[in-house]
Design a protein around this ligand. Structure first.
Ligand code: SAM
Ligand code: SF4
Length: 328
């Protein structure tokens, strides 16, 4: 088992498989996009499989595939299938924008996908287009309905943005009346690729207050261990509602996750700027044991929380990279 220097069990890897994306969500990327890594700098499928196999041998049991948009990478579903069959991996989840998945959803279960986080920030086609700078609302909704049809456990991710999608919060909660989904509202973080962050207006208490004004009977649920969301349910609704205090960083104390970026950088915190590049040591011929030793050393020097990690940054300070290079 892997533990960090604060006694936290590490059993969850978030694997960002590409930095490419077909949307331009304004909270994630500038309109003109970001400078993508040359392809040869991205981890290959074989390299990622090797890393996951080594980590699974040490107790990593949950993987999330994220990006960029994972399904822009050719052969992604086959790759996911291979990862899900690695001994020790019990949960393989994906985060997707749902624009490219119409023909793939029927095959998700056989590929070993346990659950899907579908990012959708608005239920209104025009607002969706305004936020993502692309006209793909219909495809995303199609993916949503296919996920429901195939009974795939689904969470909807919506970043809460002042002046952009506040009118969507209540309709999204209402969506949980008829579907067994978890609708999760995420505090906006400064990873928008511009280096220009603004003060957070819609934080966890304000989002909750807004929802409670419409649903005064909403009940607090017991949060699963290591949950990043505070979870609620409107009595009688099939689904639930979660709020993720990602900017306020209220969940660091029980954080069980590490991240690997598309170019192989290990992050022990979302807010750090990377602690070592696994790809470089793999390509220099490191053995599994050497890789593991380096990983354990990184975990022994893990920051206490996201505030300390941000303060320790040496590369981008303040945060200026796009979330597409990290995976969320
Ligand atoms: N492209 C896929 C998608 O959008 O679902 C996967 C990658 S995306 C970077 C992962 C998650 O990060 C999405 O749910 C997205 O909404 C969230 N995200 C991106 N930028 C963010 C930001 N600045 N603040 C909060 N969440 C953000
Ligand atoms: Fe692409 Fe996801 Fe970023 Fe939107 S949030 S630009 S879909 S990577």
């Amino acid at each position: 088992m892997l533990y960090d220097n604060h006694g936290r069990l590490i059993n969850y890897l978030r694997l960002a498989v590409t930095d490419r994306c077909n949307l331009r969500c304004f909270y994630c990327m500038p309109e003109e996009g970001i400078k993508y890594m040359p392809k040869k700098e991205l981890l290959t499928y074989e390299e990622m499989e090797r890393i996951v196999t080594i980590m699974a041998g040490e107790g990593i049991e949950k993987i999330r595939i994220t990006g960029g948009e994972p399904f822009l990478r050719k052969g992604m579903l086959d790759f996911i299938g291979r990862l899900s069959r690695i001994k020790g991996i019990n949960q393989l989840n994906i985060t997707t924008n749902g624009t490219l998945t119409r023909d793939l959803v029927p095959h998700f279960k056989e590929a070993g996908i346990s659950s899907v986080n579908l990012s959708i920030d608005s239920l209104d086609p025009e607002r969706f287009k305004d936020i993502t700078r692309r006209d793909n609302f219909a495809e995303v909704m199609e993916t949503f309905h296919l996920l429901m049809e195939h009974q795939i456990p689904t969470k909807l991710n919506a970043v809460v943005m002042n002046g952009r999608n506040i009118e969507d919060l209540i309709p999204m909660v209402q969506l949980s009346e008829h579907y067994p989904i978890s609708v999760r509202f995420i505090e906006e973080m400064p990873f928008n690729g511009t280096g220009k962050g603004e003060d957070l207006l819609w934080d966890f208490p304000k989002i909750l207050e807004h929802i409670k004004a419409q649903f005064p009977g909403i009940e607090k649920l017991k949060d699963p261990k290591h949950s990043t969301s505070f979870n609620y349910k409107v009595p009688g609704f099939k689904g639930s509602v979660g709020i993720i205090a990602a900017y306020s960083r209220l969940f660091c104390g029980s954080c069980n996750r590490i991240r690997l970026t598309p170019q192989g950088m290990l992050k022990t915190c979302l807010y750090d700027d990377g602690v070592f590049n696994i790809k470089n040591i793999l390509r220099a011929g490191a053995s599994d044991q050497q890789l593991l030793a380096t990983l354990k050393e990184a975990l022994n020097n893990r920051t206490k929380d996201g505030f300390e990690a941000e303060a320790n940054r040496k590369l981008n300070f303040p945060v200026s990279e796009s979330m597409a290079t990290i995976g969320g």
